[in-house]
Write a protein that binds this ligand. Sequence first.
Ligand code: E4P
Length: 214
Amino acid sequence: MEFFLDTGIVDEIKEAVDWGLVDGVTTNPSLIAKSGRTQEDVIKEICSLVDGPISAEVISTDKSGMLKEAEQLAKIHDNVVIKLPLTIDGISACKVLSDQNIKTNVTLCFSANQALLAAKNGATYISPFIGRLDDIGHSGMGLIEEIRVVFDNYGFPTQILAASVRHSDHVREAALVGADVATMPISCMKSLFNHPLTTIGLEKFLADHKKASL
Ligand code: E4P
């Protein structure tokens, strides 16, 4: 499973890159707004830090506007992946971009049918938002399972990118049901290291070592 960091904050990316765990980065307009910088600046800097897929989202809601933005974003770096919303215009733009071998990430996916549309039009990634589904009492993980079955039934190469990941259990479950990628905030990535028995065990080892060396 690949790990992407879901952020527009460059310092967070630097920190997690140092752990050796960052395969790529996803951003969205809300995350870019939090950075207080322009999308172009942020994406350029991220591309200099991570040699992997970097998702940058279009703001336009019409197909031709999306394609114009995609052209500009794709010029930033070869690793830029164009993030498109799951609308008729977004899915139509996805077809045009995938025919040009430009990588795409179709975002705001909340159903297996939506994922099927993105896969049929050649999306590189589909982003089911599991946390937001859980928030409204639906099963985010159930959606990942359904998409896995649909893609395997037909051999679609579109990668399932588990998004809106909120905690370590989301990562564990997404890995168990076969998501290809999980994108997560740095706090979630950090939490994957934690187990109380690791902490207690290490404290005991160090205490025993100290006693023995007296
Ligand atoms: C994914 O690409 C999105 O940026 C993100 O995962 C959304 O997560 P949220 O629901 O926590 O905002």
